[in-house]
Design a protein around this ligand. Structure first.
Ligand code: NAP
Ligand code: G3H
Length: 477
């Protein structure tokens, strides 16, 4: 639909289409242009997907899998291009960009492998009282139709693929709406699948601003499933508008790291700092608050301080860094507001609290109270609040007071305490003695409360984007 070469894009500027400039968060330069699709063009894309569904659903599973295996290889062949694009378009550091691509290739392969091992089942009628063996059900999994995949800016390759690959292997066709900042990566990703042999119409990208075309796509009558990753605000809006369309949603989070008195504090500090600040905390699973029991708070903080000082900050095009400029000025202003609010309300600044343009230095606050916004809001940026608690029960209570419920960490040497805390936490996943994080990608990944609906993870995503069909055989007829 659109190519991503700036020169070619500019040469089309004379045509009647509208274009959106994609600016790098690293330098204030335009790195590409994407087409802002009209409603009519969106209709055409969805129509193509609907027509392609009729034949794609009947392509044998092993042939669909072959295309996916090939796509994984082609993606890796383009590693260098993708790395540079990820760095320029969404400001990733080189190491994270490389790992996003490798992880995505692994994800695609594992998806193909997994689908081959998902079998239907047959259920005997005589399992239920009053029925006999002459009645049984053959239960199969059917694709749902046209899946709308909407992805966020922060993992433009991986989080797009985590929707696209399971949808395709299950026999669905896809309308892919990438985040506008991230759509150059999205366009290239679609080219990879096409190069791997995906037939025309099976995967269609629609570019344009979510606040302009979003409502139109999500309420389109020919969309049969919506798989969304992004903010809770946009997710809520979609869920209010989608009528009778099944939803899978990964939304915001406020993941807590709970540190108990017998934790290995050096290990916990290393883990927490890495979990909170990599890619400047622009990860749904970033550690977003620390709840530490008073007895060990001072010692933990001294280790945290040691670790935070090691973080490299700056432009990833110049050197390998952990903390990069935030995706745009709106995001940086928001994080800065949270920092100012915490300072004004008496939080103790342990480290950071500095800003240069959209680069916010890693910031750590102690003595954060429940009156401060940073105790509850998701910064999606490099600021980490510490809330001191008197007991494990208080930590659990504070953790659960959040409107979010993505993940939590518990650091302790006592496994039974860890299980006790884990059993009380209202989240999708509890990490015992590790930072909060998504991988490995075949594990279930879900948020409760305002963090999401449904379960992702390779097998779970395939299951979510298929429906059960029962064909009942009646032998006595
Ligand atoms: P976002 O602003 O909510 O955008 C996400 C996607 O929704 C983008 O493609 C965006 O397009 C689109 N969109 C915006 N308005 C829309 C509308 N009215 N209808 C349909 N689509 C619309 O989120 P983001 O800033 O890209 O990502 C950060 C957020 O995502 C954070 O809150 C983070 O926690 C969350 N996230 C969650 C997970 C998870 O797994 N739980 C993973 C990653 C990120 P435009 O770019 O064109 O606006
Ligand atoms: O931003 C959300 C991603 O799904 C987080 O993945 O924990 O591997 O960084 P990650």
């Amino acid at each position: 639909m659109m190519n991503n070469k700036l020169e070619e894009d500019l040469s089309h500027m004379e045509d009647k289409h509208e274009y959106i400039q994609i600016k790098s968060p690293l330098e204030d330069t335009v790195i590409g242009m994407v087409h802002a699709l009209t409603q009519k063009e969106v209709d055409t894309a969805i129509q193509l997907a609907k027509e392609a569904f009729r034949s794609w659903r009947d392509v044998p599973l092993n042939e669909r899998a072959e295309i996916l295996y090939k796509a994984a290889n082609v993606l890796l062949e383009h590693m260098d291009e993708f790395t540079v694009l990820l760095m320029k378009e969404v400001g990733k550091d080189r190491k994270s960009a490389n790992s996003e691509i490798t992880r995505t290739a692994d994800f695609i392969r594992f998806t193909a492998d997994t689908a081959k091992s998902i079998h239907g089942e047959s259920i005997q009628g005589d399992n239920f009282s009053g029925f006999n063996k002459e009645k049984f059900a053959v239960v199969t999994r059917e694709p749902i139709g046209v899946v709308l995949a909407i992805s966020p800016f922060n993992y433009p390759i991986n989080l797009a693929t985590s929707k696209i690959a399971p949808a395709l292997i299950a026999g669905n066709t896809v309308i892919f709406k990438p985040a506008t900042t991230g759509s150059l990566c999205g366009i290239k990703l679609v080219e990879i699948f096409k190069e791997a042999g995906l037939p025309e119409g099976v995967l269609n990208i629609v570019t344009g601003r979510g606040n302009e075309i979003g409502d139109y796509i999500v309420t389109h009558p020919d969309i049969n499933f919506i798989n969304f990753t992004g903010s809770t605000e946009v997710g809520l809006n979609i869920s209010k508008k989608a009528h009778m369309v099944p939803l899978l949603m990964e939304l915001g989070g406020k993941d807590a790291a709970i540190v108990l008195k017998d934790a290995d504090l050096v290990f916990a500090a290393k883990n927490i700092i890495a979990g909170a600040f990599s890619y400047s905390g622009q990860r749904c699973t970033a550690v977003k608050r620390i709840l530490v029991v008073n007895e060990v708070a001072d010692l933990l903080i001294s280790h945290l301080k040691e670790e935070i000082q090691k973080l490299q900050t700056g432009n990833p095009l110049e050197k390998q860094v952990d903390v990069v400029p935030l995706i745009n000025t709106k995001a940086a202003d928001y994080v800065w507001e949270l920092i100012e609010d915490a300072k004004a309300k008496g939080a103790r600044l342990i480290y950071g609290g500095k800003r240069e343009g959209n680069l916010i230095y890693p910031t750590l606050f102690d003595y954060v109270t429940t009156e401060m916004r940073v105790a509850w809001e998701e910064p999606f940026g490099p600021v980490l609040p510490i809330l001191r608690v008197n007991s494990v029960d208080e930590a659990i209570e504070l953790a659960n007071q959040s409107e979010y419920g993505l993940q939590s960490s518990v650091f302790t040497e006592n496994l039974s305490d860890a299980f006790h805390v884990a059993s009380k936490l209202e989240v999708g996943t509890v990490q015992i003695n590790n930072k909060t994080e998504r991988g490995p990608d075949h594990f279930p990944f879900l948020g409760v409360k305002k963090s999401g609906i449904g379960t992702q993870g390779i097998r779970y995503s395939i299951e979510a984007m298929t429906r059960i069909k029962a064909t009942v055989i009646n032998l006595s007829h």
